[in-house]
Design a protein around this ligand. Structure first.
Ligand SMILES: NC(=O)c1ccc[n+]([C@@H]2O[C@H](COP(=O)([O-])OP(=O)(O)OC[C@H]3O[C@@H](n4cnc5c(N)ncnc54)[C@H](OP(=O)(O)O)[C@@H]3O)[C@@H](O)[C@H]2O)c1
Length: 201
């Protein structure tokens, strides 16, 4: 498949790139700093662009099978509308270009529960933006899936538990490698259309 990735320079994004290439997909990494992608592969195209610019996204995403976003704020405590702005631009560009499949990364802190409420309060600026992003994705008319993992780690496993509309029981962390595996599985296996999916170790 031909995958269009936003957030490829991030820790989860890098895992998506590596695993997608290992699964024989073609990847277009749409990034603001191409110099931060050192990986070379004949099936990897790196494009410099603004993830908040609908027209740039529209031009770049032509003829792709799916869009994955692993965007996240570099400073989680600062007020930002980056996720919302990018979701708006991305979903509009997708609707214009006919690319229907979208898988985005969100956070388990949006699920109910006292620990999630505490995490949401501590990171309220980021969580507000993330929830606004989810609303845009849900209203987009696209074939979307929203992945909500708990705390992300740099561990080496790629397995995960998943549950639609709820967090897996007693799942307090997940490796970024497993998040990437989930996002690619959802696309390849055409699973979790129009679903918020809790994923965890
Ligand atoms: N950390 C956790 O424990 C945790 C838990 C649950 C959910 N999540 C979610 O997972 C997501 C990704 O996490 P991560 O650790 O992989 O993130 P990360 O390593 O911080 O990567 C963030 C990515 O977003 C890009 N980005 C940030 N601001 C941008 C902007 N204004 N324009 C364009 N690109 C921008 C970065 O690009 P540059 O390289 O150019 O900066 C980078 O590619 C976050 O949204 C977070 O909510 C995280």
């Amino acid at each position: 498949m031909k995958l269009f990735l936003i957030g490829a320079t991030g820790r989860t994004g890098q895992e998506v790139v590596q695993q997608a290439l290992a699964r024989d997909h073609h990847v277009t990494a749409f990034v603001r700093s191409p110099e931060n992608i050192r990986l070379k592969n004949e099936r990897l195209t790196v494009l410099k662009g603004n993830a908040m610019d609908e027209n740039e996204l529209f031009r770049a995403m032509q003829n792709h099978d799916a869009v994955i976003s692993t965007l996240g704020p570099r400073e989680v405590f600062k007020p930002s509308s980056m996720l919302y702005d990018s979701a708006l631009a991305t979903t509009r560009a997708m609707n214009r270009s006919g690319v229907k499949r979208l898988v985005v990364l969100s956070a388990a802190a949006h699920f109910p529960g006292i620990l999630n409420r505490i995490a949401s309060f501590i990171m309220r600026n980021h969580m507000r933006d993330s929830l606004a992003m989810e609303a845009i994705v849900q209203a987009s008319g696209l074939d979307w899936t929203i992945a909500r993992p708990p705390r992300l780690t740099q561990e080496g496993y790629t397995t995960y538990r998943s549950r639609e509309d709820a967090a897996p029981r007693m799942g307090f962390s997940l490796s970024r490698k497993a998040v990437a595996a989930f996002m690619l599985d959802a696309i390849e296996q055409r699973k979790h259309f129009h679903k918020i999916v809790g994923i965890a170790k």
